[in-house]
Design a protein around this ligand. Sequence first.
Ligand SMILES: NC(=O)CC(=O)C(=O)O
Length: 270
Amino acid sequence: MSSSTYSSFKLACIQLSVTSDKNANLINAKSKILEASRNGAKVIVLPECFNSPYGTKYFSEYAENIPQGESVKTLSEAAKEANAFVVGGSIPERDSSGKLYNTCTVYDTKGNLIVKHRKVHLFDIDIPGIIKFQESETLSPGSSLTHFETDYGKVGIGICYDMRFPEMAMIAARKGCIAMIYPGAFNLTTGPLHWELLQRARALDNQFFVATCSPARDMTSTYHAWGHSTVTDPNGQIVATTEHEEAIIYADIVSSQRRFDLYPDISAHK
Ligand SMILES: NC(=O)CC(=O)C(=O)O
């Protein structure tokens, strides 16, 4: 399909309440996916670490093999029932050698797992007395960039900290993506500083939509997510956002007039 024939679609970001009960998280995620679909969403996004609390001490316990694990099964069923593309936030993944990753899985409208993205840039921060979080204590980084085709155009995927590295979004744009989607969980320190600024910058630089999807904030958990799931348009304007409670936000995404089918792939330039 050429980019000129792509149509617009409704995108939903589910700012999910995540608990320490994995099964409850999966049931809640599926029910919210079906709710978003009833409201017309055709691409539905979950937050970073949606089946587990976000914290290095939890990753091993909640990790699953992909595609054998129960989270893939639930999301596949949900995508099929919803007849929508599902960007499955992220889950801790354990590969066959025992390494752990922070991984996003994506499903088509038939429930097929079409692509997975392992977080490339691991979030290591140490601001003495304020926040210390070291994903690299337990996780390994992914080593590839990820894009997938929908009926509406190509979409790029990054996870949270990946948003701080502009090259990923730029390459996605040059490859013809109409949007970049970042499941993410900033926090009460970095959220107010950079969450909105980064996504507006990525959108404006690349003249495409950017969507971010956070877990809802839980002040009883060890990591306090910023929330504020947001969709930004190619002008850098916010078209949908929310505060920090559980919520679903919706935005209409329209494909751009740029003709990537006619331009050389400058990301391949040596
Ligand atoms: N959680 C992350 O990966 C990133 C983050 O919180 C930040 O960059 O700030």
